[in-house]
Design a protein around this ligand. Structure first.
Ligand code: GDP
Ligand code: IMO
Ligand code: MG
Length: 435
């Protein structure tokens, strides 16, 4: 398929990295097009575990061109650290990695702002990854204080840093005065020194120079040449800035809606979208999660699924599969097929539950509410299915799955109105069942 996309249908961590790595074999280019080092994608190759934040999960196939496109917000320190650790692990990274000159750069002031507003936003904190993602996107949209990768090489870069720091200092000072020093503002103990930051980022720029490219034109040429391109979504559709559970979302279009804007590739080039969902629900950070099981069931899922954040190590909130939420995401992201991940984690339950509707203010609702206050009130209406006791991690054929596991998958497909193409029963490439 010339244009294929992998999109998370829940609140992230659906195991997108594993599927991107698997499907890379049939593609020539893999593109990350939104998000930043808030993402943590795990790929297991021959028993060795790799955690990727910015580098596309196609990097383990040396013939494939990996692209970090313009819609990504880039921490130079994070990407260089990732490149160096992959190189040490024997992974080839040279001309097979392009970084867009249009990607926006994350600076220390973005980290400061992320920490400030995560704590003093009022109400339940968003619980961001503190990677400066939201504040960098804010500056991108605001334009006046933004720096793109290409700007790092311009003669006025030093002047630009001095100007931005002058403005940020005033903003931070105003905020400190506003708080009357009665509230400690997390992060504000960090000093912003223009000379130090200029030197640090000039050094990063030199190290990044071999990878920097006009990825938009590169991808448009690839489209003209009908190359096989795989788009790797970060986060999940329910964290989408416009269509997710706002304000408990990330700051980019993490549903299928962001593919074209983030990469520059026209929408009609996409021929297939694979929606990735766990066989249950997880969420990390704040915000409602109707099917969360704050009890032994949630704990069992967390223990069996090792549900701790790849980036922040926070325990993930776990619960039953929410078919209302996933059906919404599936429609929003326009998926063609489904990939159901971590089915093995559900072995050993006597029964399983799938949320098929919500009750909100005494009314049965079958759609995903657009307002966070309605979602907070949503009481899941469950359908109960029989569980299975057998471990399934060694099964490679769909027919060999326990009858109840097959029934569970079949029911999810029915509720989504989409076929299940892949079932995953373990982190390894080989623990994958293609239907
Ligand atoms: P991503 O952000 O969507 O790429 O997902 P993460 O890497 O953050 O989280 C998925 C986790 O599940 C990783 O630790 C994977 O190695 C692991 N994993 C992937 N598929 C399976 C599976 O089928 N079963 C189990 N038990 N673990 C899996
Ligand atoms: P991958 O690509 C799960 C969540 C954070 C927080 C919210 C906003 O690995 O699936 P941000 O730092 O983006 O401003 O945080 O979004 N979040 C993720 N949750 N997986 C991710 O990425 C996430 N990226 C951000 O926990 O609730
Ligand atoms: Mg992850």
């Amino acid at each position: 398929m010339p244009g294929t996309a992998i999109i998370g249908l829940q609140w992230g961590d659906e195991a997108k990295g594993k599927i991107v790595d698997l499907l890379t074999e049939q593609h020539e280019i893999v593109v990350r097009y939104q998000g930043g080092a808030n993402a943590g994608h795990t790929v297991v190759v021959n028993g060795e575990k790799f955690k990727l934040s910015l580098i596309p999960s196609g990097i383990f196939r040396p013939h494939v061109q990996c692209v970090i496109a313009g819609g990504v917000v880039l921490s130079p320190a994070a990407v260089l650290q990732e490149i160096n650790s992959l190189l040490k692990q024997g992974i080839k990274i040279d001309s097979n990695l392009f970084i867009s000159n249009r990607a926006h750069v994350i600076f220390p002031w973005h980290h400061i702002t992320d920490r400030m507003f995560n704590n003093i936003g009022g109400g339940e904190p968003i619980g961001t990854t503190l990677r400066g993602i939201g504040p960098c996107y804010e500056d991108k949209v605001g334009r006046a204080l933004a720096v793109r990768v290409g700007d790092l090489y311009k003669p006025d870069f030093k002047k630009r840093i001095e100007h931005i720091i002058g403005v940020k200092d005033q903003l931070f000072l105003g905020l400190t005065n506003h708080c009357d020093n009665t509230m400690r503002i997390p992060g504000l103990d960090m000093e912003l020194d223009a000379e130090t930051i200029y030197k640090e980022y000039s050094n990063y720029a030199e190290q990044l120079r071999p990878y920097v490219a006009d990825t938009t034109n590169y991808l448009l040429d690839a489209v003209d040449a009908d190359k096989h391109i795989l788009f790797e979504g970060a986060q999940g559709s329910l964290l989408d800035i416009d269509h997710g559970t706002f304000p408990y979302v990330t700051s980019s279009n993490s549903s299928g809606t962001g593919i074209s804007s983030g990469s520059g590739v026209p929408p009609h080039f996409l021929k297939k979208i694979i929606g990735i969902a766990k066989a249950y629900t997880t969420r990390v950070g704040g915000g409602p999660c109707p099917t969360e099981q704050n009890n032994d069931i949630g704990k069992r899922i967390r223990d069996r699924g090792n549900e701790y954040g790849t980036v922040t190590k926070r325990p993930r909130r776990c619960g039953w599969f929410d078919a209302v939420a996933v059906r919404y995401s599936a429609r929003l992201s326009g998926i063609d097929t489904l990939s159901i991940m971590l089915l093995d984690v559900l072995s050993g339950f006597d029964f399983l539950q799938i949320c098929i509707a919500y009750e909100i203010d005494g009314q049965r609702i079958e759609y995903f509410p657009g307002d966070i206050d309605d979602l907070r009130k949503a009481v899941p209406i469950y359908e109960t299915l029989p569980g299975w006791q057998e471990e399934i991690t060694a099964i490679t054929k769909y027919e060999d799955l326990p009858v109840n596991a097959k029934q569970y998958i079949k029911r999810i497909a029915e509720l989504m109105g989409k076929p299940v193409e892949i079932v995953s029963v373990g982190p390894d490439r080989l623990q994958t069942i293609f239907l």
